[in-house]
Write a protein of this length. Structure first.
Length: 270
């Protein structure tokens, strides 16, 4: 599935959870339900962090054309810097001031090359940085162990293939267990957000099961679920996306009407 399909399926799944659990929604306080669905929408996208062109990955890196330009500038600057250093070694005697100034600019060229090279790898730097911070928080400040799992995940995301370990049901089960335990320590509002994130993550895996590539087991790689019902981004997926949004909208109307009737009846009895 593409991003539109994943978000639609995640929102529909979150709406089903809200519809099935009346305690999550009421006319007087609808924020828990809203946060759960918002968390589901985010959770429906996050598993594709292991895809270099995924929606979230595109937000934390430059475009492909700019990355190519940055790599070219990096190589050019580094070569110029090395060349100027070599020229400085070659000129033993006194030289013209302009040439001397140019040779002295070698560190600037090398620094520019390093900066451009790092900018071209901005996604890797951000993901690795987040992973290191989470691991430090777990080790130094005794955060919940799910922080260590998340930290390791951020570190390996840039080097694993798309639909690898991040897309396995075993990893999803571990993450679900950790986040669920962590959520019990938080206020109700944040619990809804995390529960929605879990729902969205599983909805993402479910959506991938419909496609040609599917998902596979981490423990038994030969076990794979690929229903091959549609081509990614094809007309069938677009119809599924429309159905999910329509179903979500319909369920919200039913939910709102039912809650309004209950609220009215309670007011009449008071």
């Amino acid at each position: 599935m593409n991003k539109k399909g994943h978000v639609a399926l995640a929102v529909a799944s979150g709406t089903l959870v809200v519809f099935a659990l009346p305690s999550l929604s009421s006319i007087s306080n609808i924020m828990p339900a809203v946060l759960l669905i918002a968390g589901a929408a985010v959770g429906g996208l996050v598993p594709d962090l292991d895809h270099k062109t995924g929606t979230i990955s595109q937000l934390i890196q430059f475009s492909a054309a700019r990355r190519k330009l940055l790599k070219t500038l990096s190589l050019f600057s580094l070569l110029v810097g090395v060349f100027l250093i070599a020229c400085g070694k070659w000129f033993d005697g006194p030289v013209d001031r302009s040439i001397e100034w140019l040779i002295s600019s070698a560190p600037l060229w090398i620094g520019t090359g390093i900066i451009c090279g790092l900018a071209a790898k901005l996604r890797v730097l951000i993901l690795s940085g987040v992973g290191i911070l989470l691991l430090l928080a777990y080790g130094i400040y005794d955060w919940h162990w799910v922080a260590a799992v998340a930290g390791c995940s951020f570190l390996i995301v840039p080097i694993v293939k798309h639909r690898g370990i991040i897309h396995t049901p075993e990893f999803a089960a571990l993450l679900t267990y950790g986040l669920y335990l962590f959520a019990t320590q938080l206020p109700d509002m944040l619990q809804g957000l995390i529960h929605g994130f879990i729902v969205g993550w599983w909805a993402h895996l479910l959506g991938d099961c419909f496609g040609r590539e599917g998902i596979q087991s981490l423990i038994i790689p030969k076990v794979k679920i690929a229903l091959k019902l549609f081509v990614n981004g094809g007309s069938t997926e677009r119809w599924i996306t429309r159905f999910c949004w329509s179903a979500s909208f319909f369920l919200w109307i039913v939910l709102f009407i039912s809650r309004s009737n209950i609220f009215t009846q309670v007011s009449l009895f008071q």
